[in-house]
Design a binder for this molecule. Sequence first.
Ligand SMILES: NC(=O)C1=CN([C@@H]2O[C@H](COP(=O)(O)OP(=O)(O)OC[C@H]3O[C@@H](n4cnc5c(N)ncnc54)[C@H](O)[C@@H]3O)[C@@H](O)[C@H]2O)C=CC1
Ligand SMILES: O=C(O)C(=O)COP(=O)(O)O
Length: 586
Amino acid sequence: MAIPVHTPKPKILIPEKVSPDGLALLKDRFEVDERKGLSPDELKSIIGEYEALIVRSETKVTAELLAAAKKLKVVARAGVGVDNVDVVAATKHGIIVVNSPSGNINAAAEHTIALMMAVARNIGEASASIKAGKWERSRLVGIEAKGKTLAIVGLGKVGLTVARIANGFGMRLIAYDPYANPTLAAAASVTLRTSLAEILKEADFLTLHTPLIASTRGMIAASELATMKKTAVILNVARGGMIDETALVEALDAGTIAGAGIDVFTSEPPQADSTASRLIAHPKVVATPHLGASTKEAQENVSIDVCEQVVSILSGELPRSAVNAPIILPEEYRTLQPFVTLLEKMGSLYTQHYNSQVNAKHFRTTFDITYEGALANLNTTKPLFAALVKGLLTPITSSDGLNINIVNAELLAKERGILINEQRSRENVEDKPYSSFVTLRARASRSPSHQRSDVSRSNSPTATRTAKQHESEDQVIQGFVSGNKPFISRLDRFKGEFVPNGTLLICRNFDSCGKIGFVGSLLGKAGVNIKFMNVAPLHDEEAGGEEEEEGSEALMILGVDKPVGEDVVKALCAEGGVLEASVVTL
Ligand SMILES: NC(=O)C1=CN([C@@H]2O[C@H](COP(=O)(O)OP(=O)(O)OC[C@H]3O[C@@H](n4cnc5c(N)ncnc54)[C@H](O)[C@@H]3O)[C@@H](O)[C@H]2O)C=CC1
Ligand SMILES: O=C(O)C(=O)COP(=O)(O)O
């Protein structure tokens, strides 16, 4: 008699509290182990049995743990931030990391409003006072939100949701977000301002909703607090580290800031005697222990979201919100890899270079990308598309929650209102020293409503625009790969090859004697060493037809050994040697 072969069900480990709504989707097909309270060593000793691991923020998914996870295919984070997961190590091990990028947005926004009202009406103190047997009506008089100015830093998913709710309170809404979608802002009755300083001085309530990245770390420090109204209230449900906690405590003590509602801290849980614990203890602060996402609904959302993705991955399908490397066949990946690097560098160069220019108005949202030569014969350009989106967005987004790859690039581009038209041209490139090249053209802005209604990815065979005068306003980056190394061959109106690597200072200047010496000496004084330098003259198409004055311009690209300070960039331009300068790190 044949003995039936029993195939064991794949095992899923859940070492912390995750809502049962999602887990119900798993229980038929998988063996689900909910095991709370495991020590790191215990976790490490059993992880080898599991194909999926579902966590929130408490489990530290370290490189050491992942190395022991011999069968693991997916780490699912039931929330946005993946800072407790070593994503690089997971990628190295071929383990997909997924998260839930929008399941808790509403919860975070409502929590922000709850903190705003709690501070405005002294709810924390009043509750403590009445429970202590007191009846302090005149001491605890509050203020109303109606008619007050709410200043929002970061008008993304949470920021916009806060704006929509606050609009119902009759608040006046202003925001600072250089990359915001102007159509969505207008629809939420938010007036966009061009600098943080502008919104700080007008704010009755200031609320932060950016990711914690280099440009936002410590963005509200003593000097920013000093420009705010004495009656202003500060709210932070984004990430600890964006506000200088010591400076805030000092401003509250001095009475130069009226109050604060804080959910996130530089150390969580706060250590005794830390700046976070001093802030929490302050009588003018309403504090919560990172509760932004802690609602029944948000926990159901994130649980269902990540459990569905775990089912997809364990069934061999692609997840919708992967935060690390995509799955591409090894042979395909080998061919594409240098171009993936090139496209990511081109996108990043675009965002950093054009958005740092003084005349940059807004992040342009319509791009034409043309693959020419051998590249036009590829089966798929998806990884190249994803790399471009990643390059465009990474300099302005957080590493937690927005790791862009083949799986989520299209969705993210769409969410940001970015339209990318991909085109292929089999034009002969035999006269060129390379077999393929890529051109990125950012079109001059059309009306916002026109832009935002487009879909994000289009394979239309030809670009829709033809008008020559618009073309002259387009921003162009061209690149190629040689010997597996990416090169940029054209930047805007200038042609000249350079390697997009490290820190580059890009200067536009009149092509006349002494400019190189001028730049070199200013950098020398600032202690910055030049590693290499290229001069790019005007592109052929431009040189012929330009006015004489414009025709004499050139681009100087300098590879430098350290970041060039804002003051040096200003001096380069102010002293007449350079027309425009930007610093990019690629
Ligand atoms: N306290 C909690 O439990 C929760 C906290 N969060 C946090 O909220 C934050 C925002 O989340 P989302 O709105 O989903 O992100 P998002 O990516 O949709 O929006 C972030 C916005 O910040 C803008 N931005 C980037 N750099 C900026 C700068 N230097 N100045 C001004 N604006 C800048 C971006 O353009 C973007 O519009 C994240 O850090 C997230 O982790 C999210 C959920 C729950
Ligand atoms: O989703 C996020 O980024 C959060 O901050 C929420 O984290 P939690 O799942 O509540 O630990």
